[in-house]
Design a protein around this ligand. Structure first.
Ligand code: HSE
Length: 444
């Protein structure tokens, strides 16, 4: 019957995918032309709620990617290895691949897509970014008429949940994280989420599609939310902002395009906690929800919003990719013969160049900074002088009172160059009147 699928992994996402297949009525008819024929798991011991015959489960994952009867491999096991090697082995065997693995694609996408192009197969990644929200297909297909200049998103549900809870309950980061771990919203090792690495993988993948070139993940500035305090959340609220972990990819100001008009010369690609104006569309995206705002010409702004993780939403994206591949296989837009490859030009990846990522020191943005200072006359004047000497113009300066003998001063700048702002902060740190600078955040 139809096309045969080998599923690698039966965790949250794999279980969600098997449940969609177990119950195809009312969904796209192509689902009924596909069948999961093998499921690779680490151990047969673990008890699972199964919507698949137990006989399909095997622990030999290599056997799945080498099985000549299997047309499509779905990799939903996560982690870098053996996921990367299994994906490459499946491609080498002429199998199409659907993966939800953002970490592998962001780090090894160049190798994987080059192998796929050579083998004449598709590697589909809708589930790798923003879970159930369709963001990959719009960038590949629906927005093709546009010049995209900005992608801006909340791409990590765990950190959005933590920041929302801190905002609503006034609890500290460590307390909210511990509670989120107890509830199963945050991983036992929360590093990838709270340090901005997961969002960094996702914005790198989106930027490659939006701007038509590969992204070197090492050059993506990734800063997480560990240093965000309730004090900053409260100051931000009083100033008309909410703090969100934003993932941003945009053409650097002044960058139009190079002589090759299809390729941008410089991009900003960055993840960091950001003060977002309360009236901005991303400000009200709360809890575990994800959102992606795209600014493009001539479209203008479009925003995608929805569940960025979880069994059902991620399975929705995986199965959409499977349906796409089944449609291509049915219409013959696939030939595994390298002499006569027939590959859908919108669904295959053809990037070969790397985008140039602008250094953070060149970024032009607004900043928020909080200073603890001695409560002496002239301290605010001294701060203003140092900022002025470095070309940093201030939009507002607030001193709310004295705590434990120290004055707390909060500054918001106009748009300034990040390098200049850091030079000013270094000089301010050395002033005798300055006790500490507990926070420095970017402002949208
Ligand atoms: N850990 C991710 C998040 C979900 O918190 O958004 C999977 O990408």
């Amino acid at each position: 019957m139809g096309f045969k699928i080998g599923l690698l992994g039966l965790g949250t996402v794999g279980t969600g995918v098997s449940e969609v297949f177990a119950n195809p009525l009312g969904r796209h008819p192509l689902l009924q032309e596909m069948k999961i024929v093998k499921v690779g798991v680490r151990s047969l011991e673990k008890i699972r709620s199964l919507s698949l015959p137990p006989a399909l489960l095997i622990t030999d994952l290599e056997a799945i990617v080498h099985d000549p009867a299997i047309d499509i491999v779905v990799e939903v096991m996560g982690g870098l290895e053996p996921a990367r090697s299994l994906i490459l082995a499946a491609i080498a065997q002429g199998k199409h691949v659907v993966t939800a693995n953002k970490a592998v694609i962001a780090r090894h996408g160049a190798e994987i897509f080059a192998a796929a192009t050579q083998a004449g197969v598709y590697v589909m990644i809708e589930a790798a970014v923003a879970g159930g929200i369709p963001v990959i297909q719009p960038l590949k297909e629906s927005l093709g008429a546009n010049r995209i200049h900005t992608l801006m998103g909340i791409l990590n549900g765990t950190t959005n949940y933590i920041l929302t809870q801190m905002q609503q309950s006034g609890a500290a980061f460590t307390d909210v994280l511990a509670e989120a771990q107890q509830l199963g919203y945050a991983e036992a090792d929360p590093t990838a989420d709270v340090d901005g690495l997961d969002a960094g993988d996702k914005i790198a993948i989106l930027a490659a599609l939006a701007f038509g070139g590969r992204i070197d993940l090492e050059q993506v500035h990734r800063e997480g939310i560990r240093q965000v305090s309730v004090a900053d959340i409260n100051y931000a609220r009083n100033l008309g902002f909410v703090i969100k972990l934003l993932a941003i990819a945009k053409l650097s100001p002044g960058t139009s395009t190079t002589a090759d008009t299809s390729f941008p010369s410089q991009l900003e690609v960055r993840v960091h906690p950001t003060l977002v104006p309360l009236e901005h569309p991303l400000a009200s995206v709360n809890d575990v929800f994800n959102a992606l705002l795209i600014e493009a010409d001539p479209l203008g702004q479009v925003m995608f919003l929805g569940p960025g993780a979880g069994a059902g939403p991620t399975a929705s994206a995986v199965v959409a990719d499977l349906i796409n591949i089944a449609a291509l296989l049915k219409t013959g837009l696939v030939a595994n013969d390298p002499e006569t490859p027939r590959i859908h030009p919108l669904l295959a990846c053809s990037h070969e160049q790397y985008c140039t990522i602008a250094p953070m020191a060149n970024l032009v943005t607004r900043f928020y900074a909080r200073f603890l200072t001695k409560d002496h006359p002239g301290v605010i004047g001294k701060l203003g002088t140092v900022f002025g000497d470095h070309g940093v113009s201030l939009e507002s300066v607030v001193q709310t009172g004295v705590k434990a003998g120290l004055a707390e001063i909060v500054v918001v700048t106009h748009h300034v160059q990040e390098g200049n702002f850091h030079h000013a902060l270094s000089e301010i740190r050395s002033l005798a009147a300055i006790d500490s600078i507990p926070s420095m955040l970017r402002v949208l």
